[in-house]
Design a protein around this ligand. Structure first.
Ligand SMILES: NC(=O)c1ccc[n+]([C@@H]2O[C@H](COP(=O)([O-])OP(=O)(O)OC[C@H]3O[C@@H](n4cnc5c(N)ncnc54)[C@H](OP(=O)(O)O)[C@@H]3O)[C@@H](O)[C@H]2O)c1
Length: 407
């Protein structure tokens, strides 16, 4: 691959998230990179001063041409079930590394079935979910397990991720992907995939330990309430796929569970009830055509998203509780300087693309998860980019109490 014209191409650079990713990559000054999209004028208007490739995601020949010219394609052209199939097929076929921001489990299952074996042959790392879904969950669990092993000489039997204090907004593409998933759920085959907590495992129908919870509860370790987290439907199957691809190093009975936490006081109890009620109301509204049309009308449109101020003031934090052999570890993954979906996601996807392009990866090709493809190399990059991956006791007391107050 050393003779490719570009080290990496950002496809979808004219979109809300794609522009942020392209700007992040530009700030890291890679040697040979380009931007791609379907509209030449919009690409030129970005003023990035790098080569431009005009290509439509629905055109397999054009996608194959992009894949042949570069070592890595980083794509934000979504919803991926609608636009993503030709590009991922082309990359797997010619051994081009690929990373994206999909959270669409049905799309990932389809690429695993169609391209995992071919990508293994060509050496292509096909890495979905390189944004807020699912890097905090996937790489966070992996990092928690490395720390647990270093301390206690063994891996944890159970890791629970508590998504806590968060501030951010939503873009048009994210809203479109949410509606695309809801539409796809009318197909019973898709519904079966989406409801299977092991949908992305090499063997999705095998015997598996339980982990997901739909309950509201109290966590005695963190002393916080927890409620179901809607993103667990994507993140948890990704974590489980990563564990399966790695050969089940944490044991065949390993349990991963992902929930949302609220503070352990009266306000937290009210928040827990409100979130649970809100999610139930949203699910019901999506099934009623008139209410759903209203939601769609009010959702952000393609190209729209949270303001720069909102992105810069945004933040997020996940606490991992790992347990095994009578030992316990609390590990924190967070970004205090960026909203989850856009500022922080553009760092996560940008660093994933740079990692695939420039780091000496030891993993084999295939449809992988971020932790399987890039492990500690991506972790180092994200730490350098300002994300926190560290045991809870290293967190300054003042910052965690400030964050609790914010949450
Ligand atoms: N995982 C995460 O944490 C996370 C975070 C943010 C976003 N996302 C996902 O990222 C995706 C993009 O979101 P967004 O808000 O940035 O969307 P957006 O603003 O609507 O951008 C979509 C991009 O796709 C391009 N595009 C659409 N159809 C195309 C085609 N046929 N050929 C070539 N390019 C095409 C658009 O080009 P034009 O400019 O020419 O229309 C635009 O560049 C969504 O799937 C969203 O769910 C995920």
């Amino acid at each position: 691959m050393s003779n490719r014209e570009f080290d990496l191409v950002v496809f979808g650079a004219t979109g809300f998230t794609g522009r942020l990713v392209a700007e992040y990559i530009a700030s890291q000054k890679p040697k040979k990179w380009a931007i791609a999209g379907r509209n030449k004028e919009k690409l030129e208007a970005l003023g990035l001063g790098v080569p431009i490739i005009v290509v439509d995601a629905m055109h397999p020949g054009g996608c194959a041409e992009v894949a042949r010219r570069t070592k890595v394609v980083c794509t934000t052209v979504g919803p991926y079930t609608k636009y993503g199939a030709a590009l991922v097929a082309a990359c797997a076929d010619v051994g081009t590394h690929y990373c994206d921001l999909t959270g669409e489990v049905n799309f990932m299952r389809a690429t695993i079935d169609a391209h995992h074996e071919r990508a293994k042959e060509t050496g292509a790392h096909i890495v979905h979910t390189c944004g807020f879904d699912s890097i905090p969950s996937d790489l966070g669990t992996w990092a928690t397990q490395q720390e647990f092993k270093a301390r206690f000489g063994r891996y944890a039997d159970k890791v629970s991720a508590f998504f806590g204090e968060t501030s951010g907004g939503m873009s048009g593409g994210t809203a479109a992907s949410g509606f695309a998933i809801a539409d796809a759920m009318s197909d019973p085959a898709v519904r079966r995939i989406m409801r299977n907590p092991h949908a992305l495992d090499p063997d999705p129908d095998g015997p598996h330990p339980k982990g997901d919870t739909r309950l509201v509860g109290w966590d005695p370790t963190l002393k916080m309430f927890f409620v179901p987290f809607f993103m667990a439907a994507t993140n948890a199957p990704v974590v489980r796929r990563g564990h399966a691809l790695a050969g089940f190093p944490w044991g065949s009975e390993f349990v991963y569970r992902e929930v949302m936490s609220t503070p352990g006081n009266a306000r937290g109890a009210i928040m827990a009830a409100t979130i649970t009620g809100g999610l139930a109301a949203l699910a019901a509204a999506m099934k009623r055509p008139a209410l759903r049309a209203q939601l769609q009308k009010r959702a952000p449109k393609p190209g729209e998203g949270p303001s720069q101020e909102k992105r810069e003031k945004g933040h997020w934090k996940v606490r991992f509780v790992a347990e095994g052999g009578g030992d316990k570890l609390i590990y924190v993954v967070a970004d205090p300087h960026g909203d989850p979906g856009y500022q922080s996601t553009s760092k996560m996807l940008g660093e994933s693309a740079l990692c695939l392009a420039y780091d000496a990866l030891t993993s084999p090709g295939g449809v992988q998860t971020p932790s399987v493809a890039m492990d500690g190399k991506l972790l180092d990059r994200l730490r350098r980019a300002g994300l926190i991956f560290e045991p809870a006791e290293k967190q300054p007391a003042s910052s965690s109490s400030a964050a609790r107050a914010a949450g």
